[in-house]
Design a protein around this ligand. Structure first.
Ligand SMILES: Nc1ncnc2c1ncn2[C@@H]1O[C@H](COP(=O)(O)OP(=O)(O)OP(=O)(O)O)[C@@H](O)[C@H]1O
Ligand SMILES: Cc1ncc(CO)c(N)n1
Length: 270
């Protein structure tokens, strides 16, 4: 069985972060592992507080995984401060794992900050070079590239600027902000486009986490980058289409649709 590691924050309400990652890994038939970087007291409406795990403990968790288990792909999510970023980067340098997908998480869907604003320099200089794929959404891509993004052309330009910063591939996710759910991949040579209809729902908590974990799973399973993204786009679209009205804010994606489509009834209130 392929083995995939998530290095990210914990969302106690289960829709985003490590919890979304592990559900996505299971749905892809890969063995999921987790290194917790921050514990976030959050739900579908708000972030109450964040407690970072010490850099030493982050490093020890990564050591515990790598001294014992071969890792086929990694998804890196929320890294809230410089010391967390430096600890993770140090271990990426040491273990040189393959298939690293980095989701540069800055804000939750409800606008709450998940990354200290002064850490962006460190994210770009110290963490970004380890990315086989970086997956910013539009606000994140604007911050990283320093340009305003309003359409497909802007996405293409921003993707090139971000690529030049040292990641091997960049995928800008237009989903929430551009008219159709258009994502643009740049691999240093060509642009690729992944487009679906925008689904009209407020239940998009954890979509970015789910998407990057689906891509990491597909890379672990041996797919090329464009195929891994194409398949993950289908997965996230179905997961949003059948998203769950759980909580009072932005509900979570649904990782189990395929299960109950095939006869297992896990619908509301059962
Ligand atoms: N309403 C929607 N309809 C269809 N696809 C969507 C919708 N919202 C997002 N997507 C798609 O979902 C994927 C995840 O992108 P999104 O932009 O939501 O990530 P994100 O903003 O990083 O999420 P998060 O809040 O979890 O950090 C992308 O492929 C995006 O195009
Ligand atoms: C822990 C965590 N990571 C990422 C996100 C972004 O969706 C979130 N809300 N919480």
């Amino acid at each position: 069985m392929k083995k995939v590691l998530s290095i990210a924050g914990s969302d106690c309400s289960g829709g985003a972060g490590i919890q979304a990652d592990l559900k996505t890994f299971s749905a892809h038939g890969v063995f999921g592992m987790s290194v917790i970087v921050s514990v976030v007291a959050e739900n579908t409406s708000r972030v109450i507080d964040i407690q970072d795990i010490t850099p030493d403990m982050i490093e020890k968790q990564i050591d515990a995984v790598f001294e014992d288990i071969e890792v086929d792909a990694i998804k890196i999510g929320m890294l809230s401060t410089k010391p967390c970023m430096e600890a993770v980067a140090k271990k990426m340098e040491e273990y040189k794992p393959k298939n690293i997908v980095i989701d540069p998480v800055m804000y939750a869907k409800n606008g709450c900050s998940l990354m200290d604003d002064n850490s962006i320099e460190t994210l770009l200089k110290v963490v970004l070079p380890y990315a086989d794929l970086l997956t910013p959404n539009i606000p994140e891509a604007e911050k990283i590239s320093n340009i305003k993004i309003s359409n497909k052309e802007d996405m293409k330009i921003a993707a090139k600027i971000i690529y030049e910063m040292g990641c091997k591939n960049v995928l800008i996710k237009g989903g929430y902000y551009i008219e159709n759910a258009l994502d643009v991949l740049y691999d240093g040579k060509e642009h690729y486009y992944f487009e679906t209809k925008r689904i009209d729902t407020k239940n998009t908590h954890g979509t970015g986490c789910t998407f990057s974990s689906a891509i990491a799973s597909n890379l672990a399973l041996g797919m090329t980058m464009p195929t891994a993204i194409k398949q993950a786009k289908e997965y996230i679209t179905t997961a949003i289409e059948h998203s769950l009205d759980i909580g009072k804010g932005n509900g979570p994606t649904n990782h189990f649709y395929d299960l109950y489509k095939n006869g297992l009834d896990v619908s509301e209130d059962k």
